[in-house]
Design a protein around this ligand. Sequence first.
Ligand code: ADP
Ligand code: LRH
Length: 490
Amino acid sequence: MADILAYDLGASSGRALLGRLTDRQIVTEELHRFPNDPVQVGDRLHWDILCLYHELKQGLLKAKHQGVEVRSLAIDSWAVDFGLLGGNGELLGNPYHYRDRHTDGMMERLFAEIPAAEVFARTGIQFLPFNSVFQLYALKQAGSPLLSAARRFLMIPDLLRYFLTGEEISEFTNATTTQLFNPTANRWDSELLRRLGLDESLFAPVALPGTQVGALRPALTEELGVGAIPVFAVAEHDTGSAVAAVPATDRSFAYLSCGTWSLMGTEVERPVLSELARELNFTNEGGVNGTFRLLKNIMGLWILNETRREWERAGQSYSFPELVRLAGEAKPFAAFIDPDDDAFLPPGDMPTRIRGYCERTGQRAPEEPGEVVRCILESLAFKYRYVLELTERLSDQTFGGLHMVGGGIQNALLCQWSANAIGRPVWAGPAEGSAIGNLAVQWIAHGELSDIWEARKVIRDSFPVVVYEPREREAWEEGYGRFRRYTGLS
Ligand code: ADP
Ligand code: LRH
């Protein structure tokens, strides 16, 4: 029997999921999982793109060894990052990690040339210092030889897909995250590119999710001893795939894609390009079926992951369940941070930065591991409430609850605290949202599911959703007031 293969590459790990759809039930099997560890070289932070490509091949080999006939495959990954190909079609350098510091100060410098309001009006994308536009601008400002030698810009999934197929094609959802794509004109923004001094021919033709964009190239089928498997474009931005998999019943719904990042928002029919959207720094990322994701990035579990890494470096190793248990035992509402403070964006010693934040804002800093983790998780839950209410205001909707998807839902305490903070139920599942959304778009392309709403129904019927009802309302309401006072979020 034929299966479909989804590669989902997150900022902390990657996986290959095999999916089978029978009698309107999805069954998935995790074929392969691998870490995605960035590599610091001197001052620069890179992704290990060839290692990721190697892992894609391992997934194909595992499928072959299990005797699986792979009917098609697709890749989704984190957004904004890219590789550049030279004139001979080879990759120039190793892609930069979006947390590399070369974009520091670039946003402000670019706005001196092109006003922020114009960039937003043209692209509908929120201002994050690492958007591809600022990365390219940073390369330009530095006179990078990479940029002068580049013939083609390909984002991470496009690039890996290129390695697999030899085809140079960009994918729509991920293209929108560059902040160089105009959703109204539905094309790369020629005027923006011109004013940035970027040659439009760098940018590849854009395919919509659900388009076949090649097949494994002959040299690869020969190398691995596998067939010429068709390769599809899906929502190659992982958040696009995750939202495609939200098992909502109501067309008006709020989601939180919870992994390294927390992406919170709603699905809309057309980009919201209002002054308020720009002021609140909401984004309009392209989605499947002509939809857009009106959402905001929240720093997410990155802060916890880096905290854990820091302790590990100091010789204290904790598993995620251990950290969650310690947080549960610590005193509630003792200290708060704004997870989106700039201090928490770059890699590094988060416990020290949290201490610094608390001292700056007149709070007693958390010291013990449980206290630190509690501070992070409570602060995230409160920030979710803050952003949920902004989403309601901006989209003129009221949400009955919040759908949470992504690996972060394995943190049951965070799900419960999120429900407590927002005062509404949290519906958690599926954890492998992005990979399942990736599979769903492939099934739609194959004509086995009619559209995204049918896919969402099948996903709802195939994967458990855990309901967290809000608890301890009074204490959490009072805590929210204190969170806002200390973080200055009004
Ligand atoms: P990404 O796709 O961004 O790499 P995932 O969606 O895979 O992230 O989510 C991974 C995150 O989920 C981890 O960084 C961690 O914070 C959290 N997580 C993973 N496993 C557990 C667990 N057993 N208990 C609590 N949290 C977990
Ligand atoms: C989540 C994500 C998010 C982007 C960030 C760079 O993995 O794709 O949507 O903002 O990575």
